[in-house]
Write a protein that binds this ligand. Structure first.
Ligand code: NAP
Ligand code: 12T
Length: 336
């Protein structure tokens, strides 16, 4: 991409949970935007989004939407990305894609700026943003991997409904209202009631019994960390939280790390905030992390059931570091 003083930036899915956040993050971080092009489905055309105090008209996504666009941030689902990312790339736009469509393609870098920033250089028009649960986990694990080589990860996630999008956020609210009014809720987005419940089911089930979300945590972690020997086994769970994914992460390392070693390493790690003082009830919750940029780590302790093991509790804003912020940080690397 040619270096410029400001860029034409499109946001595909500009009205969605992630797209809205992308526009906010572009503004907040003063990304050099010469022109913003908000794109969504034809249902939203005619509406506007607010950017730097101006109402910008939303356009319906079309094949010719990318003429003159330098960078396109995609967040309109896997089908839209599969169809339109190659069209945009062909038009000379660099695509930063939030969907699962291209992440495991060998020609597509999968980037978390704190972990593998240099991979951005090898793009051929499409760069992928990893899955939200994977992003926050690798930000916390990379510095520990560098210090002690992680052999195996056992992770359980507690994922908020905003990960599924706007309709799921409405569903949680509607179910809460129904239940508090003694009415039977009718789930539409999720297969079961999510209010006052939790569902061990994110994305589709595979014949193995794992979900796609669980397998993303294995394959994407290996690709981002550039180490295909790391073992990861995951259980991903939806919880009735609006924003913020939490993860219980157990790691086994080659070299011994004490809890204090890990705390010291994480305290200076980029993008990490150690929030760990159990004596004073200090540990991260989704409400703490919502609206923040950092990956919060707490409950750091040694796993006494094995030789070299640690347990961590990792929390981040899934719409920010898990999606929009990471995508904008990739764009920042691109123009540097
Ligand atoms: P959302 O709130 O449901 O928003 C979907 C957006 O896509 C809306 O702007 C919608 O526009 C637009 N859209 C839908 N169909 C379209 C079409 N045919 N053409 C153009 N635009 C279309 O969903 P979200 O939570 O923001 O997530 C969007 C996507 O981002 C997900 O499907 C997923 O692939 C990805 N995502 C990734 C992560 C991550 O882990 N990094 C996290 C969350 C989401 P209208 O308003 O006009 O319908
Ligand atoms: N099913 O980007 O439902 O692969 O929370 C992100 C979030 C897929 C993804 C979710 C999902 C992705 C969800």
């Amino acid at each position: 991409m040619k270096k410029k003083s400001a860029y034409c930036v499109a946001v595909v899915g500009a009205t969605g949970a992630v797209g809205t956040e992308m526009i906010e993050v572009l503004e907040e971080r003063k990304f050099p935007v010469e022109k913003l092009v908000p794109l969504a489905s034809s249902r939203s055309a005619g509406g506007t989004v607010m950017f730097h105090g101006q109402d910008i008209p939303i356009q319906a996504l079309q094949k010719d939407s990318f003429a003159g666009v330098d960078i396109a941030l995609f967040s309109a689902g896997t089908d839209v990305s599969r169809e339109y990312a190659p069209i945009a790339a062909k038009a000379g736009t660099v695509v930063i894609d939030n969907s699962a469509a291209w992440r495991m393609d060998k020609d597509v870098p999968l980037v978390v700026p704190e972990v593998n920033p240099h991979d951005v250089l090898h793009h051929k028009g499409i760069i992928a943003n990893p899955n939200c649960s994977t992003i926050q986990m690798v930000v916390a694990l990379k510095p520990l991997h560098d210090a002690a080589r992680i052999r195996r990860v056992v992770v359980t996630t507690f994922q908020s409904v905003s990960g599924t999008g706007r309709e799921a956020m409405d569903e949680l609210m509607d179910e809460c209202k129904d239940l508090l009014g003694f009415k039977e809720p009718t789930p539409k987005v999720y297969p079961h009631q999510i209010a006052f419940n939790c569902l061990p089911h994110i994305d589709e089930f595979l014949p193995s019994g794992y979900t796609k979300e669980e397998m993303k945590m294995l394959h994407e972690t290996r690709k981002i960390m550039g180490d295909s020997t790391i073992q990861v086994t995951a259980t991903t769970v939806r919880v009735p939280v609006y924003v913020g994914h939490s993860e219980s992460v157990n790691i086994e390392t080659e070299k011994k790390l004490s809890a204090n070693d890990a705390r010291a390493i994480l305290s200076t790690a980029p993008g990490v905030l150690v929030y760990d003082d159990p004596a004073h009830q200090i540990y991260p919750t989704p409400l703490d992390a919502a609206g923040k940029d950092e990956v919060y780590v707490g409950r750091i302790r040694e796993d006494e059931s094995i030789q070299n093991g640690l347990n961590l509790w990792v929390v981040a804003d899934n719409l920010r570091k898990g999606a929009a912020l990471n995508a904008v940080q990739i764009a920042e690397l691109l123009i540097k």
